[in-house]
Design a protein around this ligand. Sequence first.
Ligand code: 13P
Length: 250
Amino acid sequence: MRQKLIIANWKMHGNLARNKKLLEAYVEKLTPLNSVNIVVCVPYPYLAQAQAMLQNTDIAWGAQNLSKDAEGAFTGEVSAAMLKDFGASYVIIGHSERATAYCESDENIAIKFKQAQTQGLTPILCVGETLIEREAGVMQMVVAKQLDAIINLFGAAVFANAVISYEPIWAIGTGLAASAEQAQSMHKFIRNRIASLDEVAAASLKILYGGSVNPQNAVQLLVMQDIDGGLIGKCSLNAQEFEGICRAAT
Ligand code: 13P
């Protein structure tokens, strides 16, 4: 049985005062829910705050990106070891908002994935198709290509105990989530593709769904067999809504 995992992605939101209130509410509302794993991915400057406020709780924290390099003259980059310095245990890799805005290649994303694992962080790999790709019926091909970028470089075994988040780009921040059947179908496709190469890795891999998850649609998504949790944007900024989603996972 894979334990459900709910991850907050704050994106570029927050400030010290607002985060303090939000994290206090997380601790109060979410720590009693011990059958679900909860993680919050904060902007880099707030890692120290997350560490200070969450270190004695069951809520883990992480970042939203990392450098593909371990150390060196890379102005503006942040390494995996730096994230570890602040107690981070997870890192989002290849979110579509980054992949498009900052032209991240699949190969770059694959190297970041490996870099995170090598340094002891759990990577949360984002995959997903655009609306045009879905309408053209090529969504599985698109996601397969994103997975293969990692498999071809590092093999399928790297997915053991990793996290993949299926985030159809058309569902992110639009209020229009994928249906439970659409999501389950893609999640099963992802798990089968990994299983065809490494069954053990596929069985431990957590596949989350992300894109307009809210307390109303969370249960129907989370009961599906291959949906192991959610990556939550907007609703993670509201403690009550985020609690509703986390409760749906129990
Ligand atoms: P929303 O929940 O705001 O649609 O964002 C999803 C997302 O991008 C999580 O990474």
